[in-house]
Write a protein that binds this ligand. Structure first.
Ligand code: SIN
Length: 270
């Protein structure tokens, strides 16, 4: 695709692109947003550097993608549940997103997009890795694609003990979703099970479900599906949860990595 208003530099052949020539605090005109949206659908996760957004501008950027999603349990900034805190430091006993997952896939209508904006990053480490779930699906053989296409899986969240004193906004969600979903905007098929939330494939014995899920969780780790982003202060990432998974690497303890995430509501997967 040719872009007129933004520069798009792919990070790998499979997934990810760095966008430049845009000030997200100011340049949200219709033609620019149309190209950002197109680049996001084409590359699945897009990155911007040296952005200086207020909390209101971060929220406004999220609203360009749709209605905002509220995380079931994570703490938030300034009494605004749409501004999820992503923070790890020397007192943390866990890191947000340290297993492969698609954000809150245990919701009946899981988020379609997430926008993470980090203001504090460690000198080294703290990268995030994303995996392309179209590619993961397309790399499977025909008979396995056919089998998976007939199956659904149960996704469950259990945030107990995750967020210290912070009281959850709502109960731990759970939902049943197709193992292979069709992206509502591109029409492409994507693998939709993840290690963070998917507990059981329905209609199979416990052993069959466990063996198949283990195989799929391993399959997602193939580096040919991946890109890895090195954060800097004031970098921002927008990813599509309908066709990607990600993993936040916690290799910087006891240093601090901190920012906010605005998340956008999705549809029921089909
Ligand atoms: C998340 O899962 O939203 C966290 C990603 C990250 O911190 O890189």
């Amino acid at each position: 695709m040719q872009y007129q208003y933004i520069n798009v530099e792919p990070l790998t052949a499979s997934i990810g692109a760095v966008i430049s020539g845009v000030n997200l605090g100011e340049d949200l005109s219709e033609p620019v947003m149309t190209e950002i949206h197109a680049a996001w659908l084409e590359h699945l996760v897009i990155f911007f550097r040296e952005q200086h957004l207020s909390e209101q501008q971060h929220i406004a950027l999220g609203q360009e993608f749709g209605e905002l999603h509220i995380h079931p349990a994570a703490p938030y900034r300034h009494e605004n549940p749409a501004l999820m805190v992503v923070h790890t430091d020397a007192d943390s006993h866990r890191n947000n997103g340290e297993v492969w997952h698609s954000d809150v896939s245990a919701d009946e209508k899981p988020p379609k997009a997430s926008i993470l904006y980090l203001q504090t990053v460690p000198e080294t480490g703290g990268d995030t890795i994303w995996a392309n779930m179209y590619a993961a699906y397309e790399a499977l053989s025909g008979p396995i694609q056919e089998l998976l296409g007939s199956l659904s899986a149960r996704h469950e969240a259990d945030y107990s003990g995750f967020y210290g004193e912070h009281k959850p906004q709502r109960k731990n969600p759970h939902a049943e979703h197709p193992v292979i979903r069709t992206h509502p905007e591109t029409g492409r098929k994507a693998l939709f099970v993840n290690q963070g939330f998917t507990k059981r494939i329905l209609g199979l014995s416990r052993d069959e479900s466990s063996a198949l899920l283990q195989f799929l969780f391993q399959h997602v780790k193939d580096p040919t599906f991946h890109c890895r982003f090195r954060w800097q202060e004031d970098s921002l990432a927008i990813w599509d949860n309908r066709c990607t998974q990600h993993l936040a690497v916690w290799d910087y303890f006891p240093n601090t990595r901190s920012g906010t995430r605005v998340t956008i509501q999705g549809d029921r997967p089909f």
